[in-house]
Design a protein around this ligand. Structure first.
Ligand code: NAD
Length: 527
C-alpha cells in the first residue's frame, strides 16, 4: 500500500557551522588531544558541527568546577534562583525560532514537535520557579510530644547532579530536569547524547543570560561508556533518561557509591479504545500518540487494543490518516512527520516491520523507507495480525509503527495492556469519562491519559511522571521531582522543660509515669 506523495525536502540547514563551532567551544573538554565527534543532521546527512569526546579526567574536572560555583549558588536565596528560571521562561519563548532550528537540525523532527519542547520548557521553568520557594522552605514537623521539642525539616541541595540525556527530546530531557536540580541549589554536569549536543549548549547559554552563574552547569560531550560512567562516579546524584538496558548499568554503579538515581526508561505503551468511543476523536488521538516526533517518544503508543465491534472501522480510518500525513525536512511548520534520528533508528524500525510482515502481519499503511524525502525518513506504519513470535509484539520499536489488536471486553484490553515488562505510559479512549477513569485505575503505568495519548499527563507537571516495572525508578515532575535533588536535614531543638521532664537518670518511676500520661494525651496526633 502506498503512502503520501506530499513531501518536501531540506534546503540549507540552520544554524550554520559558525554557530555550532561557537557552541562547541562551550563544552567542558579541552580540544587538544581529544577525539572529535562529528554531528550529522538527520534531515540531510550533512555535518552540522563537531564536538570533542571527553575523558574521565574531563568529567572529574568539570564536576570540581561546578562544585566550586555551587557553594555560592546554594547560599543564594531560593527566590533569586527561581527568578533565573522565570527570565529563562521568557527567553525561550522569545528565541523559540532559533531553538526549534537547532532541535530540528540535530534531531530531524518536524517543527511542530520541536515546538512541544518549547512549551515544555516554559511550563517547567514556570512551575519550578513558583514551587521552589514554597517547597524548599523549612517546615515545622511534629515532635514526639508537642511543646517539648521544636522540630524543623530543611532541604539541603545534594551538590552536583549528573544528568545523562538521550537524543529524542534534546531540549526537554537535557534541561527540564536540570532546572529542578538548579533551583534546588545544585550544580549540574550534563552529558547530552552525541547526536544532539548543540540544543542543550544553547539552552544553558540562555540560562546564563537569564542570570545563572557561569560554570554552575558543565556540559561534557562524549561516549556513554566513558563520560556517562564518569558522571556516575563523580556526581552526587544521577538523573538518567534512556534505555532500560543502560538504566540497569547506571543503577548498579550508583548503588555501589550509595548515591541516588532517577531513571526514566523505555516503554511499550498501550492505548485502549472502547466500543462507545467517538471514532474520529480516537483516530485523531492515535495519530498524534503514535506518530508525534516520528514515534521516537518514550511515552508514545505502539499497541492499540480496540473493541472488536469497531475494530475494522478504526483500522481503516487510522490507516487512511497515517497515509495522509506529510513527511518533510523543512525547518518550518507544515510537515507532520520528520526524519528518524539516526541510521541505527532506521535499521531498528525497518527490522521490526520487515520481521512482522515476513511472519504474517498485515501492512495497513506505510512500511517503506523514503530516501526521496531525506536519508532517514520512514512512513508512518499501521499493522494488524501481529503475533507473539514477531519482535515488535513485545520489544519497543521507538519509531512510527503501531500494531492494532481487536479485543472482546474491557477486561481483555486491560489484561493485554498490562502484559509487558514495561509500565511507562498508557491511553484510554472512551465515550464515558467515568468508564475511562475506571479502566485507567487498573493499568500498570506511571501515567495514564484518558481521551489523549500522552500530552495531558506529561504536561501536568504538578503531578509525578515516570515508569512502573522496567520503565523506571523514581519520578520527575511534581514536588518529588524537585525534592529528590535535596537531602533533608532534621533540626530538633529541645526546650528547657523537656530537659527537666526527660531525665531518665533521676526518679525513674516518676519519669515513666509522666511520659505515660503525656503519651496518652498525644494519642490523637498527628491530625
Ligand atoms: P541509551 O540508553 O542508549 O542512551 C541514553 C544516554 O545514555 C546517552 O547519552 C548515552 O550516551 C548514555 N549512555 C550509554 N551507555 C551508557 C553507560 N554505560 N553509562 C552511562 N551513560 C551511558 O538510550 P537511547 O537509545 O539513546 O534512547 C532511547 C531510549 O530512551 C528508549 O528506550 C526510550 O524509551 C528511552 N527514553 C525514555 C524516556 C523517559 O522519560 N522514560 C524519555 C526518552 C527516551
Amino acid at each position: 500500500m502506498t503512502t503520501t506523495d506530499a513531501t518536501t525536502t531540506a534546503t540549507q540547514l540552520r544554524p550554520g557551522r559558525a554557530e555550532t563551532d561557537r557552541l562547541a567551544a562551550r563544552v567542558a573538554v579541552p580540544r587538544e588531544g581529544r577525539e572529535r565527534i562529528e554531528v550529522r543532521s538527520p534531515l540531510n546527512g550533512e555535518v552540522l558541527g563537531v564536538v570533542p569526546a571527553g575523558t574521565e579526567e574531563d568529567v572529574a574536572a568539570a564536576v570540581a568546577r561546578a562544585r566550586e560555583v555551587q557553594r555560592r549558588w546554594a547560599a543564594t536565596p531560593v527566590r533569586e534562583r527561581a527568578a533565573v528560571l522565570l527570565r529563562y521562561h521568557d527567553l525561550v519563548l522569545d528565541r523559540q525560532g532559533e531553538l526549534m532550528d537547532l532541535i530540528q537540525a540535530e534531531n530531524g523532527k518536524a517543527r511542530v514537535w520541536a515546538f512541544e519542547e518549547i512549551m515544555d520548557q516554559a511550563v517547567t521553568a514556570r512551575y519550578y520557579a513558583r514551587l521552589a520557594p514554597r517547597a524548599l522552605k523549612p517546615k515545622r514537623r511534629l515532635s514526639p510530644v508537642p511543646g517539648l521539642v521544636s522540630t524543623r525539616e530543611h532541604h539541603v541541595p545534594l551538590g552536583v547532579v549528573g544528568v545523562i540525556a538521550p537524543w529524542n527530546y534534546p531540549l526537554v530531557l537535557s534541561v527540564s530536569d536540570a532546572m529542578a536540580a538548579l533551583v534546588a541549589g545544585n550544580g549540574v554536569v550534563l552529558k547530552p547524547d552525541s547526536q544532539t549536543p548543540f540544543t542543550a549548549l544553547r539552552a544553558f547559554e540562555l540560562l546564563e543570560e537569564a542570570g545563572l552563574p557561569s560554570g554552575l552547569v558543565q556540559v561534557v560531550t562524549g561516549p556513554g561508556r566513558t563520560v556517562g560512567t564518569a558522571i556516575v562516579d563523580h556526581s552526587d546524584y544521577v538523573m538518567f533518561t534512556g534505555s532500560t538496558a543502560t538504566g540497569r548499568v547506571i543503577a548498579r554503579r550508583a548503588g555501589e557509591r550509595l548515591i541516588g538515581v532517577s531513571a526514566e526508561l523505555g516503554g511499550k505503551n498501550a492505548m485502549i479504545v472502547t466500543d462507545d468511543v467517538d471514532l474520529d476523536a480516537a483516530v485523531e488521538g492515535a495519530v498524534v500518540a503514535c506518530f508525534a516526533n516520528t514515534g521516537q517518544l518514550c511515552i508514545s503508543i505502539e499497541r492499540i487494543y480496540v473493541a472488536r465491534s469497531i475494530a475494522d472501522a478504526f483500522v481503516e480510518r487510522l490507516g487512511r490518516r497515517a497515509q495522509s500525513l506529510r513527511l518533510g525536512a523543512e525547518q518550518a511548520f507544515g510537515p507532520e512527520v520528520g526524519a528518524l534520528a539516526s541510521a541505527a533508528q532506521l535499521e531498528k524500525v525497518r527490522a521490526h516491520v520487515d520481521d512482522a510482515v515476513a511472519k504474517g502481519a498485515r501492512l495497513v499503511a506505510g512500511g517503506r523507507h523514503r530516501p526521496d524525502v531525506g536519508p532517514l525518513f520512514y512512513e508512518p506504519t499501521v499493522l494488524t495480525d501481529v503475533t507473539p513470535e514477531m519482535d515488535l509484539y513485545r520489544e519497543e520499536t521507538f519509531g512510527p509503527v503501531v500494531a492494532v489488536y481487536p479485543v472482546d471486553s474491557d477486561d481483555e484490553a486491560i489484561e493485554q495492556a498490562n502484559d509487558t515488562e514495561y509500565g511507562l505510559n498508557a491511553s484510554v479512549y472512551c465515550g464515558d469519562p467515568a468508564r475511562g477513569r475506571a479502566i485507567a485505575e487498573r493499568l500498570l503505568a506511571g501515567t495514564v491519559n484518558v481521551n489523549d495519548g500522552y500530552a495531558s499527563a506529561w504536561g501536568s507537571v504538578d503531578a509525578p511522571m515516570g515508569g512502573m516495572k522496567a520503565s523506571g525508578l523514581g519520578r520527575r515532575h511534581g514536588r518529588e521531582g524537585l525534592l529528590k535533588y535535596t537531602e533533608s536535614r532534621t533540626v530538633a531543638v529541645r526546650s528547657k522543660l523537656a530537659a527537666r521532664l526527660q531525665d531518665p537518670t533521676g526518679d525513674q518511676e516518676g519519669y515513666a509515669r509522666r511520659f505515660t500520661a503525656l503519651l496518652r494525651k498525644a494519642k490523637h496526633l498527628p491530625r
